[in-house]
Design a protein around this ligand. Structure first.
Ligand code: MRU
Length: 354
């Protein structure tokens, strides 16, 4: 397997190191975690973010907790582990990959059996986390190949937020499609929405594309309609944090606006979505929990404030794009087309490809 160009997280000397995405691109530093609590804090504080990356980091959080507590009495070990699972589950609500990863880690723990030593459990959980990291990159590369085939040579492609290597274990979902298209020899160029208020597009997507020398143009979020109306955007590809059974897609706040504009201008709107992001337990997007973040993120950025004290603020971090606006869901198993989504055929499609 090709090694990822950006090592979003890595295992070093018994700790999980994560690129600090709060300070990119001004500084490049790793933050290190040695417990479930410190990984949960890193997820909550956006050191690590993006649905698949949150899932893999949480898996390491569970493994770290087992390693840290392995010499304790069995009751103490079990209590610490369950507490760790709880902290990680409470870190962020929208990305279903977090809960998918925690379920998988719990199953791996249970599969060790009653007689297993705590050291053996810890090693098993660490192996599972390593496997999830490697698997995520494999999945992104498969998704990239399916998605790249949809983009015409020379396409100018808009993306929102950061669904890149930084949002995953490597390669990325939406940006993975761009990387794969370039690897296939297609000359694409990327238009990155800045993505207010946390600026994942301006800081992270722009940084990744510049690092990779993929042509990228940064725009403020309110400029995409203008560019679409002038025929300057050929396709949209975004990532997602959770897809409901009816094909409704939750992604970074502002994605819904982009989808509506794309429909207005007959521009294909694709969502890159690993199967671990599909949540068949939720009937529609209305059931997806939407994270509300701190008002300070809207009042300004870092130390700079531009809104007056006393103003009321809303800060929903995600929105839901109805399935009817999604041209195709790009998964590692292939593309689910709009007709399948709209007739409620997602579950059946998944069954057929499993
Ligand atoms: O709040 P964030 O930065 O975690 O939001 C990330 C996104 O909305 C991404 O588009 C999504 O997680 C898909 S990442 C492959």
């Amino acid at each position: 397997m090709q090694s990822p160009t950006v090592e979003t997280m890595r295992w070093r000397d018994g700790r999980l190191e994560m690129i600090d995405q709060r300070i990119l691109p001004l500084a490049f530093e790793y933050v290190s975690a040695d417990s479930a609590a410190s990984v949960a804090a890193a997820i909550r504080d956006m050191v690590v973010r993006g649905a698949p990356a949150i899932g893999v980091a949480a898996a390491y959080g569970v493994a770290l907790e087992a390693l840290r507590m392995r010499h304790m009495l069995p009751e103490v070990f079990a209590t610490a582990m369950n507490h760790g699972f709880g902290l990680l589950a409470a870190s962020r609500p929208t990305a279903v990959n977090l809960f998918w990863a925690l379920d998988r880690m719990r199953r791996a723990w249970e599969a060790c059996g009653i007689g297993a030593s705590q050291s053996a459990i810890a090693q098993r959980l660490l192996a599972e986390a390593h496997e999830m990291l490697a698997e995520d990159i494999r999945i992104n590369r498969a998704m990239g190949a399916h998605g790249a085939a949809l983009l015409p040579d020379g396409a100018r492609v808009l993306t929102h937020c950061n669904a890149g290597a930084l949002a995953t274990a490597g390669h990325g979902t939406a940006l993975g499609v761009f990387r794969s298209a370039v690897e296939m020899g297609k000359k694409i160029s990327v238009i990155a929405d800045e993505t207010r208020p946390f600026l994942q597009g301006a800081r992270l997507t722009a940084w990744e594309m510049v690092q990779e020398k993929i042509p990228v143009t940064l725009i403020a979020d309110n400029m995409s309609g203008h560019l679409m109306s002038r025929g300057e955007i050929d396709a949209v590809v975004v990532g997602t944090d959770r897809v409901a059974a009816n094909g409704d897609v939750a992604n970074k706040i502002g994605t819904y606006m982009v989808a509506v504009l794309a429909a207005r201008h007959n521009i294909p709107f694709y969502v890159a979505c690993p199967l671990s992001t599909i949540d068949l337990t939720l009937a529609t997007g209305a059931d997806i929990p939407i994270e509300e973040r701190h008002p300070d993120e809207v009042k300004g950025f870092r130390d700079c404030r531009w809104a007056p004290e006393g103003v009321q603020i809303r800060n929903p971090a995600f929105d839901v794009t109805p399935a009817e606006l999604v041209t195709g869901l790009i998964t590692e198993k292939g593309v689910v087309d709009n007709a399948t989504l709209v007739r409620g055929g997602l579950a059946q499609w998944l069954k057929a490809c499993s």
